[in-house]
Design a protein around this ligand. Structure first.
Ligand code: PEP
Ligand code: MG
Length: 341
C-alpha cells in the first residue's frame, strides 16, 4: 500500500510538473534563469529537450570513450558529437573535453598505479600528455559545430597557463579544420580546483565562460575523496566552505564580466539551487531526472527573498545550518513542499 501510494504521488508530481513545461523559466519576481541539462550519452539528449532545458550545459565526452573497447577515432567522435548537436535542434551544447582518470579510468589506457588518483594523472593532465588524442577530440568537436551552436570547456584547469595552452590548441585546430571566423565557439573552464578559484581573475583573461564543478570543487576544498564510502559522511556540497568558495567565484566572475554557470550535482538539488540563487547564480545545468522539478522550483521562488539569505549562508558553521536557513525561507515563501522536501 505504501509503495502504491508513493507511486501515485510521483505520478501526480510528474503530471503537475509537465503542466508547466511551456512556461518560461523565471523566478516569481521575474528574474530570468537559465536551466540546461547534463548529458553523458546520446540517449540523454531527447530527455533534455523533452524536459524543457535551454541547452546542454555539460556534455561529459568521456562516456562514449568509457563504453568502448578502444579509442574512438576522429570520425567516430564527430558522428557522436554531431548527433548530440543535431538532437538539440539549435539549442547550444557545451562539450567538456575528456575527463578520464581519477574515478574514471579508461580500461584500454596504460595502467598506472597511483597512490592518490584524484590528485594524479587525470582529466586535462592526460589530454596534455597525450596531445594528439586531445587534438583529435578538438577537431571532431569543431567539425560538429557545423550542425549547431557549441561551446568547448576544459576540466580540472588549475592555472592560467593550462587554460592558455588548451585555448591555443583549439585555435590551431580551428585553422586546420577550416572553421569560418564568423562562427562563434566560446571557450571556457570548469571551476573545480581551489587553485583556479584563487587565480580566477587571471583565468578570466583567457575564458569566455566558467562553469562550477561542485562535485570536484567540494572534494578538493574539503579534502574528502568523493568516491570513498568510509568518509562519505564528510563529503557535502552544502558545506559552508563550499558555499563561500562558490560565492568567491560568483563575485570574481561578475567583476571580470565572465559568464558563470554551475553544472555539478548541486544544481540538481532543490535546496542547493535555492542557496545558489541566494549567492547570485542564474545559470544551472542539472542531471535530466532533476530538470522538471528544478524548473518548477525556479518558477516558485523569489530571488530577492533568497538573496536576503546570503549573509546567513556565508556565516553558517555547518551544512545542516545552511540547509535549515534555506528550508525556512522556502517554507516562509510558501514554495510547495513537494518541490524541495
Ligand atoms: C563536477 O566535478 O562537479 C563535474 C560536473 O564533473 P564530474 O562530476 O564529471 O567530475
Ligand atoms: Mg569534475
Amino acid at each position: 500500500e505504501e509503495y502504491s501510494r508513493l507511486e501515485d504521488d510521483l505520478r501526480e508530481l510528474d503530471e503537475e510538473l509537465r503542466a508547466h513545461l511551456d512556461e518560461e523559466v523565471k523566478t516569481l519576481d521575474n528574474e530570468p534563469v537559465k536551466l540546461q541539462g547534463n548529458a553523458a550519452l546520446l540517449s540523454d539528449v531527447p530527455r533534455i529537450v523533452e524536459f524543457g532545458a535551454a541547452g546542454i550545459g555539460l556534455y561529459r565526452t568521456e562516456f562514449p570513450f568509457l563504453i568502448r573497447t578502444d579509442l574512438p577515432d576522429e570520425d567516430t567522435q564527430y558522428e557522436i558529437y554531431s548527433r548530440a548537436v543535431k538532437g538539440m535542434g539549435g539549442l547550444p551544447t557545451t562539450f567538456r573535453t575528456l575527463d578520464i582518470g581519477g574515478d574514471k579510468p579508461l580500461p584500454y589506457m596504460p595502467i598506472t598505479h597511483e597512490e592518490n588518483p584524484q590528485l594524479g594523472w587525470r582529466s586535462i593532465r592526460i589530454s596534455f600528455s597525450m596531445e594528439e588524442l586531445f587534438r583529435v577530440q578538438v577537431r571532431a568537436l569543431l567539425r560538429a559545430s557545423e550542425h549547431g551552436p557549441i561551446r568547448i570547456m576544459f576540466p580540472m584547469v588549475t592555472d592560467p597557463g593550462e587554460l592558455k595552452k588548451a585555448r591555443q590548441i583549439v585555435l590551431e585546430e580551428r585553422g586546420t579544420t577550416g572553421i569560418p571566423d564568423s562562427r562563434e565557439i566560446p571557450i571556457g573552464a570548469m571551476m573545480e580546483v581551489p587553485s583556479a578559484v584563487v587565480l580566477i581573475d587571471q583565468l578570466a583573461k583567457h575564458a569566455d565562460f566558467f562553469s562550477i564543478g561542485s562535485n570536484d570543487l567540494a572534494q578538493y576544498v574539503l579534502a574528502v575523496d568523493r568516491g570513498n564510502a568510509i568518509i562519505g559522511h564528510l563529503y557535502d556540497t552544502m558545506h559552508p566552505a563550499v558555499m563561500r568558495t562558490i560565492n568567491t567565484v560568483a563575485e570574481a566572475s561578475k567583476a571580470s564580466g565572465t559568464q558563470l554557470g554551475i553544472c555539478g550535482e548541486l544544481s540538481g538539488k532543490p535546496l542547493g539551487v535555492a542557496a545558489l540563487i541566494a549567492l547570485g547564480l542564474r545559470d544551472f545545468s542539472a542531471t535530466p531526472s532533476a530538470l522538471m522539478k528544478i524548473r518548477r522550483l525556479l518558477q516558485c521562488v523569489d530571488s530577492k527573498e533568497l538573496a536576503a539569505l546570503k549573509p546567513a549562508i556565508l556565516s553558517a558553521g555547518s551544512p545542516e545550518e545552511v540547509r535549515n536557513i534555506v528550508r525556512e525561507a522556502l517554507k516562509k515563501g510558501e514554495v510547495p513542499e513537494m518541490l524541495w522536501r
